[in-house]
Ligand binder design. Structure first.
Ligand code: DOR
Ligand code: ZN
Length: 345
């Protein structure tokens, strides 16, 4: 096969940053995706509808006039989020979800939730209004091994949460383990999950064998090939509508990743759909890409699917070494490596 035609995909989990950093990367997503769920973990975080709309305006003004890319905004859940904040979000057409960062779990999560019981009223309102809760699913206790944090989160936080709010719409974001795949697969239809391209294409060996590779460091951290990466590939390519595309593309300045304390995040917006196409082709499941990339996410959010068609061409190319990122550089996922598929502009 030389060409692959797909309904235009959407990215259901994306970090765009702000200012010049944002304007250096937003076009890469807008070129490929119809819509993206934009993460609110700015500093300070996007906590109110007003902040979300200001941020959206900033994003839209960085796009070329001809672009019809639609940024779907989210609010950052804190211990102080009120019922009224949720009501405001539910009636605002540009706000689509609320993000839960357990405090301390990842980049800019300091204002995150310290104890879920602090946000029960907000969660109750979200359940009532059908506002999805997007979850960074990792516990943060010091004594819990970083490779176990996702599995323990499911058991100790997510299951009790869903027992209390069984109708709450939840997206378990950027899942990395077989435990999450099994949990989501066996849940009701109000539970979905996003899967990144990097968790499909890489495992912890890529990060740790032959020297430590900071550009493979993200959270939740890459896990073992078997059983975890294998389970993610099986889930993404299964045709189950519970699993859909979310890149978690998270650009950081090169020097802040290549540091004694490098920050978490993998930048993949430069080649998002091409990376997924490679992963699906490796699994011999290219025919399953369109559902995962372009249909199931929209269905889960109760939105119309895109109607535009994109074309990928089998034309191997080498990913650049870096891209300019504000006044610095960002090192992309698969830098200087070959990808088989390329989006036809
Ligand atoms: O690797 C990550 N980077 N994981 C997250 O949860 C946040 C993200 C970021 O904002 O850099
Ligand atoms: Zn993220």
């Amino acid at each position: 096969m030389k060409h692959l035609k797909l309904t235009k995909p959407d990215d259901w989990h994306l970090h765009l940053r702000q200012g010049k950093a944002m304007s250096s990367v937003v076009g890469m997503t807008a070129r490929q995706m119809g819509r993206a769920i934009v993460m609110p973990n700015l500093s300070p975080p996007v906590k109110t509808v007003k902040q979300a709309l200001d941020y959206r305006r900033e994003i839209v003004s960085a796009l070329p006039k001809s672009s019809d890319f639609n940024p779907l905004m989210t609010l950052y859940l804190t211990d102080n989020t009120t019922r009224q904040d949720i009501i405001n979000a539910s009636i605002e057409e540009h706000v689509y979800a609320v993000k839960l960062y357990p405090a301390g779990a990842t980049t800019n999560s300091e204002s995150g939730v310290t104890n879920l019981s602090n946000v029960y009223l907000a969660l109750e309102q979200m359940q009532k209004e059908g506002v999805p809760l997007l979850v960074h699913g990792e516990v943060t206790q010091d004594d819990i091994d970083i490779f176990d944090r996702e599995a323990i989160f499911i058991e100790t936080v997510l299951m009790p949460l869903l027992a209390k709010f069984p109708e709450l719409k939840v997206v378990l974001e950027h899942i990395t383990t077989k435990d999450s795949v099994d949990f989501v697969s066996s849940s009701q239809s109000n539970i979905g999950a996003t899967i990144t391209a990097h968790h499909l294409l890489a495992n912890r060996n890529h990060m740790l064998v032959g020297g430590i590779k900071p550009h493979y460091y993200c959270l939740p951290v890459l896990k073992r090939k078997a059983p975890h990466q294998d389970a993610l590939i099986a889930a993404a390519t299964s045709g189950s509508p519970k699993f859909f595309l979310g890149t978690d593309s998270a650009p950081h300045y090169q020097n802040e990743k290549e540091s004694a304390c490098g920050c978490a995040g993998i930048f993949s917006a430069h080649a998002a759909i091409e990376l997924y196409a490679d992963a699906f082709e490796k699994a011999n499941k290219l025919d399953m890409l369109e559902g995962f990339a372009s249909k199931y996410g929209a269905d889960f959010y109760g939105l119309k699917r895109n109607t535009e068609i994109i074309t990928l061409e089998k034309r191997p190319w080498t990913v650049p070494k870096s891209y300019s990122f504000s006044d610095s550089k960002v090192i992309p996922f698969f830098a200087e490596e070959r990808l088989s598929w390329r989006l036809v502009p």
